[in-house]
Design a protein around this ligand. Structure first.
Ligand code: AR6
Length: 181
């Protein structure tokens, strides 16, 4: 499913984030940037040890929740990996929506700063961090759309959200339909 916002394109697809041929892929990291399972494990496995070497060297203090840092992408097809730290879901009243939106926005700012034309996101926080998929879809797509509306100028950005399974895809598609209605 695709939606155009001025110059910018938002696409939803089902698949594996590590296989995306885009300028940057987003990692669902933790604030220690210590590696882990899920997307994080898959990105480090496929990207090789240079990713962890670079995060340890350049970001020894890690990265706060709601923020993101960029490294080169090692053996991945992308040029960059943006290591984004989404919130752990604690019921929704501890600032999780703002933190999740901030994590998306920071990655989009990094995409701009690094001259990216295309960036792929996983559904941040919806695995080990327990964020309910429907709410994550709402907050993620709201953040992306707001970034597009706030930066209508060129260069055009192609944002692809890569959902791992059909349920996640359906949740994001439902929200995107309501945004377009
Ligand atoms: N491609 C796309 N999506 C994927 C893939 C993949 N290869 N693998 C899993 N997903 P998670 P989080 C989906 O747990 O919730 C790690 O240990 C998955 O189905 O990767 O932000 C980190 O080190 C889910 O919908 O990230 C952190 O400690 C979504 O990606 C912590 O987990 C995110 O799941 C971060 O947890």
């Amino acid at each position: 499913m695709k939606a155009q916002f001025g110059l910018h394109l938002l696409e939803l697809t089902q698949g594996d984030i590590t296989l995306q041929e885009v300028d940057a892929i987003v990692n669902a990291a933790n604030s220690a940037l210590a590696g882990g399972g899920g997307v994080d494990g898959a990105i480090h496995r496929r990207g090789g040890p240079s990713l962890m070497e670079e995060t340890r060297r350049r970001f020894p203090m890690g990265c706060p929740t709601g923020d993101a840092v960029a490294t080169a992408a090692g053996k991945l097809a992308a040029k960059w990996v943006f290591h984004a730290v989404g919130p752990v879901w604690l019921g929704g009243h501890r600032g999780e929506p703002d933190q999740l939106q901030s994590a998306y926005r920071r990655c989009l700012e990094l995409a701009r700063q690094h001259g990216c034309h295309s960036v792929s996101f996983p559904a941040l926080s919806t695995g080990a961090y327990g964020y309910p998929m429907d709410l994550a879809a709402e907050h993620a797509l709201h953040a992306i759309r707001q970034f597009f509306l706030d930066s209508p100028e060129a260069p055009a950005l192609h944002v692809r959200v890569v959902l791992f399974d059909a349920g996640a895809y359906a949740a994001f598609a439902r929200v995107l339909e309501t945004l377009l209605a």
